[in-house]
Design a protein around this ligand. Structure first.
Ligand SMILES: Cc1ncc(C[n+]2csc(CCOP(=O)(O)OP(=O)(O)O)c2C)c(N)n1
Ligand SMILES: [Mg+2]
Length: 350
């Protein structure tokens, strides 16, 4: 007997025609003190990472180690707009810069890199696994893309508790092709979670350029089919980054749900310490350093703000001392006791 054709189910009502867009961000008008602070923080990250590279070369740091040199303006510009202890941050394995930009003591970060008991994860996490609950800094994750789903969970927790916080979830251009990222986008928009998805587009995922790996390489558009608005930002300009942070925070704190920022940036060093760097030329790296270095770029705003060479030199000296102190501390601290081998593996109670 022929089956009767079923009437088509009524089409679901389309969601309200979207959608309001965030206002265009403006370059941030920083005060003199703020300019000096951004300079100080970016330089701290740069010198810290250079020192970490040296300690790695000397065999004092082992395992994986991913440096943030070149990308300093991203973490500094964004995190300068957050409220430490109220907002939360989560990122991948290239995490030293984000911790420093959150005001976490360079000594305990360096001690973690050298695997010492005084390190922020008691010397048992290393470069990729650092955490500070006090700062609401939730790592430090080695699984590419995992931090995005965990970040959606942090956004959920801000909303559930009504604590007014916003989560900043950083991930790379490579991670932007992971499936779980899009499941997280869907839930975040559906539930209007207070989360800023931050794509740090440093142009490469290990040795693969973004254009080779991404059908849509304008990554700020990646939220469109979830109705998440996106903004593309010059990630080498700390003032442009801070300006975009203002807009994104306005949006999320205003209860409008998630927003996506794509920061166009560049990493000067290899993917990790064991990168043969055969996928790009030295000239390419040199050209970015010369034309768009975030630290040199910021200096252009100094003259107008009346910042003198002596002030800059004093900061350079101060940062050198801070980083040397962190390295000395990291070299001299004892390693974890053998009895610590099996602690902190499982949560005792929850
Ligand atoms: C799920 C998963 N797949 C693959 C890897 C190996 N891996 C480590 S880093 C990386 C590249 C990620 O690049 P990107 O997201 O652009 O971040 P970047 O290193 O540029 O900061 C890959 C494929 C991994 N750690 N986890
Ligand atoms: Mg990348």
């Amino acid at each position: 007997m022929a089956r009767k054709a079923q009437p088509a189910a009524p089409a679901a009502q389309p969601a309200a025609p979207n959608r309001e867009r965030p206002a265009e961000p403006e370059r941030y008008q920083a005060s003199r003190e703020e300019l000096l602070e951004y300079y100080r923080q970016m330089l701290l990250i740069r010198r810290f990472e250079e020192k970490a590279g040296q300690l790695y070369g000397l065999g004092l740091i082992g395992g994986f180690c991913h440096l943030y040199i070149g990308q300093e303006a991203v973490a500094v510009g964004l995190q300068s707009a957050l409220e430490v202890g109220k907002d939360s941050v989560i990122t991948g394995y290239r995490d030293h810069g984000h911790m420093l930009a959150y005001g976490i003591d360079p000594k305990v970060i360096m001690a973690e890199l050298t695997g010492r008991a005084a390190g922020i994860s008691k010397g048992k996490g290393g470069s990729m696994h650092m955490f500070s609950v006090d700062h609401k800094f939730y790592g430090g994750h080695g699984i590419v893309g995992a931090q995005v789903s965990l970040g959606a969970g942090l956004g959920f927790s801000h909303k559930y508790k009504g604590d007014g916080g916003v989560c900043l979830a950083y991930f790379g251009d490579g991670a932007a092709n992971q499936g779980q990222v899009y499941e997280s986008f869907n839930m975040a928009e559906l539930w209007k979670l207070p989360i800023i998805f931050v794509i740090e587009n440093n142009q490469y995922a290990m040795g693969t350029s973004v254009n080779r790996a991404s059908a849509e390489d304008q990554l700020y558009r990646r939220g469109e089919s979830f109705r998440i608005p996106g903004i593309q930002v010059d990630g080498m300009d700390v003032l442009a980054v801070r300006g975009a942070a203002e807009r994104a925070l306005e949006w999320t704190r205003g209860g409008k749900g998630p927003i996506l920022l794509e920061l166009k940036t560049y990493r000067y060093r290899g993917h990790s310490m064991s990168d043969p760097a055969k996928y790009r030329s030295r000239d390419e790296v040199q050209a970015v350093r010369e034309k768009s270095d975030p630290i040199e770029g910021l200096k252009k705003a100094f003259a107008e703000a009346g910042i003198t060479d002596d002030e800059i030199k004093a900061i350079d000296k101060e940062i050198k001392a801070v980083v040397n102190e962190a390295a000395d501390f990291a070299e001299q601290s004892p390693e974890p006791d053998l009895s610590e081998l099996h602690t902190d593996v499982l949560v005792g109670s929850y």
